[in-house]
Design a protein around this ligand. Structure first.
Ligand SMILES: Nc1nc2c(ncn2[C@@H]2O[C@H](COP(=O)(O)OP(=O)(O)O)[C@@H](O)[C@H]2O)c(=O)[nH]1
Ligand SMILES: [Mg+2]
Length: 444
């Protein structure tokens, strides 16, 4: 990494503050720091310093310290300059260190260097960004667990399991004659299943973590006038969406962030699903289906006073492959108890009936994050990789059970290992790194 350039950034947030920090990382960090303070900068010593401009005028004073590589955050020589926290002043200091040979850091570049220098793996580097951005205490705690390496160590255990399977299978391939017996004797099919179950356990914790980070996505769907917007407003606690008795009022998808029992939830109210000639409404319906298809959870509202109509049946058929809950709305309009179906949920936003049970139903799918020390903060990227790995193992077992041969299975297992390694960054393309680190804040 010796040929890298030296990067600089303001590490404190934009605006005015008591202290503002500029961070330098790279081979010139020490010489730039020393030129700025007109003095030597012994390692890890914190002293009062003056910061000078090119005309030897004092720009500011504060403290400055030097962490030699490799024991710094980025693994390179790092100098931190703590000045006063004024934006103009910090800009002048930043300009000065750039004159002295640094260049402005891109977003996430310090963390990227820490990753490239082996100070952190990728899941840990992402956990730093998640910790900084966490929107709740539970999310911050879960991000810290990932930063401390808990998530990565689960992944490493999974990778080791897969490697030992590969060793079995590949050594069997070397004894082509007895390959089939060898693999059958080793109960390879059972071993694949155990490994798949281990991935499923990690996946479950990671899914919870993703909900903690991004919120559970909940879509309210149904025919026009089913009461979707009324339910959204009830859950949000204010009039987020327009409610009228005119069918087709909601056209755009309406997004609300709410919290139910401490669980962050992104609710989407959608256009009523019906045949329509109106191009605006058609577009709204198209968007509603897009939301339904990517939601964690879907509530299909059916007007209890009308029951399941032929139009509802069309929707139900279209939702065959979707995990949805059917809920009857407007149950205050039912006068006769006999009209109710015992197995289904009934709500009324007018009387409040059934709302508590509905909220329990929505949140029941998610753990109580405040009580839970298991959740690891995970991103969509991690979930995708874990799902691919699980799928790969299922496929490997199927192929083996069908053919008894190890050859195809060996290829599947190689891919599973690669999928898991993507999470910690042991296998990554440049593209992926660029995507991940560019979303970090500058100076991190
Ligand atoms: N009686 C009764 N009417 C309701 C209830 N929820 C909604 N409505 C009425 O049903 C109509 C359609 O409601 P809206 O929320 O706009 O339905 P959407 O088209 O599915 O968004 C409005 O006139 C609401 O006042 C309920 O719980 N009870
Ligand atoms: Mg509506």
């Amino acid at each position: 990494m010796a040929d890298r350039d030296t990067i600089a950034a303001i590490a404190t947030p934009a605006g005015v503050g008591g202290i503002g920090i500029i961070r330098l990382s790279g081979p010139l960090a020490l010489s730039i720091g020393e030129s700025l303070i007109h003095d030597e900068l012994p390692a890890k010593q914190v002293r009062f310093r003056r910061f000078y401009d090119s005309a030897k005028q004092i720009l500011d004073h504060g403290i400055c310290f030097y962490y030699p590589q490799p024991h710094s955050f980025s693994g390179e020589d790092v100098v931190e300059i703590q000045a006063h926290g004024g934006p103009v002043l910090l800009d002048m200091l930043l300009e000065r260190v750039c004159e002295l040979g640094a260049r402005l850091a891109r977003a996430g570049e310090f963390s990227e260097r820490a990753f490239l220098n082996g100070k952190l793996d990728l899941a840990q580097a992402e956990a730093i960004a998640d910790l900084i951005e966490s929107g709740s205490r539970a999310a911050a705690k879960a991000a810290m667990r990932s930063l401390e390496g808990e998530f990565s160590s689960h992944i490493r255990v999974l990778v080791e399991d897969v490697i030992s399977l590969r060793v079995y299978v590949e050594s069997a391939l070397d004894f082509a004659e007895e390959e089939i017996d060898f693999l059958a004797d080793a109960n390879i099919s059972d071993k694949l299943l155990v490994c798949q179950q281990a991935i499923e356990r990690v996946l479950q914790r990671a899914e919870q973590g993703r909900i903690l980070k991004d919120g559970l996505s909940l879509v309210l769907a149904g025919l026009p006038n089913a009461g979707k917007s009324s339910l959204l407003n009830h859950l949000a606690g204010y009039e987020a969406a327009i409610v009228t008795d005119i069918p087709g009022t909601t056209r755009d998808v309406i997004h609300e962030h709410i919290s139910l029992k401490g669980i962050p939830i992104r609710v989407r109210d959608t256009a009523g699903l019906r045949e329509s000639d109106n191009p605006v409404e058609q577009e709204g319906i198209k968007r509603a289906w897009q939301e339904i298809n990517k939601a964690d959870s879907v509530i299909l509202l059916v007007d209890a006073s009308l029951g399941i109509t032929p139009d509802d049946e069309i929707i139900i058929k279209q939702m065959e492959s979707i995990n949805y809950q059917l809920v009857y709305s407007k149950c205050d309009l039912l006068t006769n108890e006999g009209q109710r179906n015992k197995k289904t949920s009934y709500i009324s936003v007018h009387s409040g009936e059934g709302m508590e049970a509905l909220i329990n139903q929505i949140t029941g799918e998610v753990k109580d994050f405040n009580q839970d020390n298991q959740t690891i903060l995970a991103r969509r990227r991690h979930i995708d990789a874990l799902q691919r790995a699980r799928q790969g193992l299922i496929q490997a077992r199927q192929v083996f059970d069908d053919t008894g041969s190890g050859e195809l299975m060996a290829e599947d297992l190689r891919q599973v290992q690669q999928d898991l390694n993507e999470i910690t960054g042991e296998f990554n393309t440049e593209d992926l790194l660029g995507q991940i680190f560019s979303r970090f804040c500058i100076g991190k």
